[in-house]
Design a protein around this ligand. Structure first.
Ligand SMILES: [Zn+2]
Length: 508
């Protein structure tokens, strides 16, 4: 039996491709809820088979894609239908084993790569399939997840040769051992000079996976800082790698010849992005930017400029780590467990807090500008840091610590969290649930007194005070302290001073 694969959001189903050939007026029909691309496949398959040197049987051919209830989209079924016809018409011998076949056909018989190969191959492997035929461009990707032998095909005229190898049990054996992780691909923190507070906040953000807001006039280094955050995160685990690669492959964002994605992704969508591009969708249900940032970082530069429905739509994934998309009455989901980093000017004109020029915005305008982010989303930002432009001397200053050194401390803090939260559904401090805060965020005597004083002085909401405890927990973990002390609380408090309704931004 020949199988193909249909997506259902992040998940999907194996589709069996059955062919019935009987006497009658020569025709080719496809049944089983195919969309128009699958129906168009009839023509492509017919012409491609001919160019590949095969004769279409002059009989009535019926292709049944089952289960029938699953919607089948795109051209990914071409190759499986072509091979199923060749098999049913006796042009190819019985392979003796179930087989997963993926690939789109060009009219000249060439096989084109398809999206989502890793998802299809994982699911087929899970269901016991051990033979795979994939487009040559998708081979590295298929090898990361397939159990068994993978064959690659670039053109229909090579199908007999590949089929022979398949029957003889020769093919690319998948090396399940992980190849090297490769170099961390992100710019180095050593370039960020004269911003000690910003370097520290990036380290805290990385260590506890806290959401972060950087604000300040244009040119103060917000984007440069944000781009250096992913370089502080440890590599993905094997399981995370597979999930991230699956999402990228499904979105068609995986570069050709790429195997697994090993480092946390960094996504920086433009503020003109559409809601569909951000959360996912389109008729084919493709993952959006927030899912491409799964296990990595979603960076929104000039956050208040993003469309309001997008900013509102972020609240749920930030809370749950997944996103739901509804299309044609059906609901699909994708993982979207990202760390949110927002950057913003301090006011619409951008000059607030700048020494050389003055801000021309009214208090009302500034308030309206910040309100665009929305209280609900702002509430979920543990770390908020004002940045100022750095003078020339600082840029010539001493050598700063590199990403690699900071990443070592972050890795250590992650280990502490993994062990401490072993029995929980969360790993990182930023995700400690409210009912577990008392257990995991224990304060020493002075820490407690400072916390109560700070809450009163800044009149923090209960959500804000939870946020302070989570950040203080991360600061204590970086110091390898079991109990949270005064210095950890003081540090956490200073990053929560900005952005809530009762704080006036003009005080910068
Ligand atoms: Zn202004």
């Amino acid at each position: 039996m020949i199988y193909c694969y249909a997506f259902r959001g992040f998940e999907g189903d194996l589709i069996s491709v059955e062919v019935d050939i009987r006497r009658g007026i020569p025709a080719l029909d496809v049944v089983g809820l195919p969309d128009s691309a699958v129906r168009e496949a009839r023509e492509r398959v017919r012409i491609a088979l001919k160019r590949g040197g095969f004769e279409m049987p002059l009989q009535r051919i019926l292709i049944n894609l089952s289960p029938a209830g699953v919607k089948k989209e795109g051209a990914r079924y071409d190759l499986s239908m072509a091979l199923a016809i060749l098999r049913a018409s006796g042009n190819l011998p019985d392979p003796g084993e179930p087989l997963l076949v993926l690939g789109e056909l060009q009219l000249d018989g060439k096989v084109r790569p398809v999206r989502g190969v890793i998802s299809a191959v994982s699911e087929a492997s899970r269901q016991g399939i051990r033979r795979f035929i994939v487009p040559t461009e998708n081979l590295p990707e298929a090898q990361t997840a397939a159990e068994g032998l993978v064959h690659s095909l670039d053109s229909l005229d090579r199908v007999s040769k590949v089929w022979k190898e398949l029957i003889e049990g020769r093919g690319e054996v998948c090396d399940k051992e992980r190849e090297g992780l490769g170099e961390n691909p992100y710019p180095d923190l050593a370039d960020l000079k004269g911003q000690p507070l910003c370097r520290r906040v990036l380290e805290l953000a990385a260590a506890g996976r806290h959401n972060l807001l950087l604000f300040g006039p244009p040119g103060c280094g917000k984007t440069m800082s944000a781009r250096r955050l992913p370089g502080l995160l440890p590599p993905l685990t094997k399981e995370e790698s597979l999930d991230v690669t699956r999402i990228w492959s499904q979105a068609g964002s995986l570069e050709e010849g790429t195997g697994l994605i090993n480092w946390p992704p960094f996504r920086m969508p433009h503020h003109s992005a559409s809601l569909q591009g951000m959360v996912g969708g389109s008729s084919a249900v493709i993952p959006g930017e927030i899912s491409l940032a799964h296990r990595g970082i979603l960076f929104l530069d000039e956050t208040p400029e993003f469309h309001t429905p997008i900013l509102q739509g972020l609240r749920e994934p930030v809370e749950n780590g997944t996103v739901r998309i509804t299309r044609a009455g059906k609901s699909y989901w994708f993982p979207a467990d990202f760390q949110l980093v927002m950057a913003a000017n301090p006011c619409p004109c951008g000059n607030l807090g700048r020494e050389s020029s003055s801000c021309i915005c009214t208090t009302k305008e500034i308030e309206r500008y910040w309100r665009r982010i929305g209280g609900a989303l702002m509430d979920r930002i543990d770390l908020r840091l004002p940045l100022k432009p750095v003078g020339g001397e600082a840029l010539l200053g001493r050598e700063e610590e590199s990403s690699r050194l900071v990443r070592e401390r972050v890795t250590c803090a992650w280990e502490i969290q993994r062990r401490r939260h072993e029995k929980e559904s969360f790993i990182w401090n930023s995700r400690i649930s409210v009912n577990r805060l008392n257990d995991y965020c224990q304060l020493d005597g002075r820490g407690k007194a400072t916390f109560l004083r700070g809450m009163k002085k800044l009149s923090l909401s209960s959500r804000a005070s939870h946020s302070v405890l989570r950040v203080a927990r991360t600061a204590a973990d970086l110091d390898l302290c079991e109990k949270i002390g005064e210095e950890h609380i003081l540090e956490a408090l200073q990053y929560r001073r900005y952005g809530d309704r009762d704080i006036f931004w003009g005080k910068l």
